[in-house]
Design a protein around this ligand. Structure first.
Ligand SMILES: NC(=O)c1ccc[n+]([C@@H]2O[C@H](COP(=O)([O-])OP(=O)(O)OC[C@H]3O[C@@H](n4cnc5c(N)ncnc54)[C@H](O)[C@@H]3O)[C@@H](O)[C@H]2O)c1
Length: 363
């Protein structure tokens, strides 16, 4: 640990006040560990809208304006569009602020190296938050697997169906950043949403030894493609194999309070299996976790399966961590690089016709 933990509320600037702010902000509401002192976004409309949540915070059009203002800031909640992550976070760390960054960390290993170096040089902490590992049904799944009750793990799969209808509104400007990402070969389903699934894979079963992938594309409007169908198959260093299956159902309506993701995780052991039925959306209306053993199905009815709670708990974990410096960050900068390598290995494999790629060999 390269800093003294705080024994007072952490003074926070939220940088980027777009769609995901509505989720990340849940960690800050009624949290004595933090004081939101600044709101930063070039959009005046966004600044005005979010000021209603934090009447005492000062607003700025850029991080540079905030830095020049002399306002004391300890940490930043970085909710920037993905193409701005590398340069933007180097800037934030350079001002001497700890950074809690949204995923994906950045687009390539050169950008990741710059981020890690900026954190090292400033002596500040870089965290790449992963809210999925705070989703209670997934935590319970992990606990079930680790208890051994399913027997030795035989394999697992993760499923993501991106549906085109339902959920909350996503502004056109948010999609524009995503299209820019897609043009750089970093599609929304494999790289942006897929980041979460790859992160849960590493969290559940550890480092990845080999990835084989077939990344497809579907034109949704003329000239604009979405990166599905895509299939990623991988083996962990411990020999466990997993599959991530990504499909697009453009015309399917999915009930959701947030994005319209129909997601599942199913781990099969020698004796039984455990399945998380949903996460972001409300696809399967059964209890969010079911465990099958010896002819009986156990259903978990009382888990906090509101996806937004995972943002609340991830953010609270970070703010508490800044007070103690103890325990895992989920994720540290170095751990996030392992997720990035996993994704990049999938692209390398797909480009090579599905050949096996060891993420650690990528340069
Ligand atoms: N964990 C999740 O499940 C999840 C879900 C959605 C988005 N995200 C991530 O959150 C991040 C933001 O996504 P979003 O959907 O909120 O995007 P968005 O486009 O809705 O919001 C981005 C905001 O940043 C502002 N902005 C642009 N340039 C800026 C700058 N230089 N300084 C400060 N603000 C600037 C924009 O005006 C906008 O308000 C991305 O990294 C995305 O991948 C994560």
């Amino acid at each position: 640990m390269s800093f003294a933990p705080y024994d007072r509320p952490v003074r926070v600037a939220i940088v980027g006040l777009g769609r995901v702010y509505d989720l990340n902000v849940r960690a800050y509401l009624d949290n004595p560990d933090a004081e939101v002192v600044a709101l930063v976004d070039p959009s005046e409309e966004r600044r005005q809208q979010r000021q209603a949540d934090w009447p005492g915070a000062r607003t700025f059009a850029s991080a540079a304006e905030l830095a020049a203002s002399g306002l004391e800031v300890d940490a930043v909640e970085a909710l920037l569009p993905i193409p701005l992550h590398a340069d933007g976070v180097v800037e934030l760390l350079g001002y001497g602020w700890h950074v809690n960054l949204q995923k994906p960390m950045c687009n390539d290993l050169a950008g990741a190296a710059r981020l890690l170096e900026a954190a090292r040089a400033s002596g500040r902490q870089l965290r790449v938050m992963e809210n999925y590992v705070f989703y209670e049904p997934l935590r319970k799944l992990k606990e079930t697997v680790e208890s051994g009750e399913l027997g030795e793990v035989s394999g697992y799969h993760m499923k993501m169906v991106a549906s085109g209808r339902g959920g909350w509104d996503v502004p056109g400007s948010t999609y524009e950043w995503q299209f820019e990402q897609a043009q750089r070969g970093r599609g929304v389903l494999v790289f942006d949403d897929g980041w979460h699934k790859l992160a849960t894979a590493i969290w559940l079963f550890g480092p990845i030894a080999e990835v084989r992938a077939w990344i497809g594309t579907t034109e949704v409007i003329p000239g604009i493609g979405v990166d599905a169908p895509s299939t990623l198959v991988f083996e962990h260093r411990n020999g466990i194999r997993g599959v991530l299956d990504i499909t697009l159902a453009v015309d399917m309506y999915l009930r959701s309070d947030y994005y319209t993701n129909d997601e599942r995780w199913e781990v099969t052991g020698r004796r039984g299996y455990a399945r998380v039925n949903r996460c972001t959306g409300r696809g399967i209306q059964q209890p969010s976790l079911e465990v099958y053993l010896d002819g009986e199905m156990r259903s978990f009815h009382a888990l906090d399966d509101d996806w937004a709670s995972s943002f609340r708990d991830s953010g609270r974990h970070w703010l508490r961590w800044l007070h103690t410096g103890e325990g895992p960050l989920w994720w540290s900068g170095d751990e996030a690089v392992s997720v990035l390598r996993f994704a990049l290995a999938a692209y390398a494999s797909s480009a090579a016709g599905g050949a096996g790629v060891d993420p650690d060999t990528l340069e």
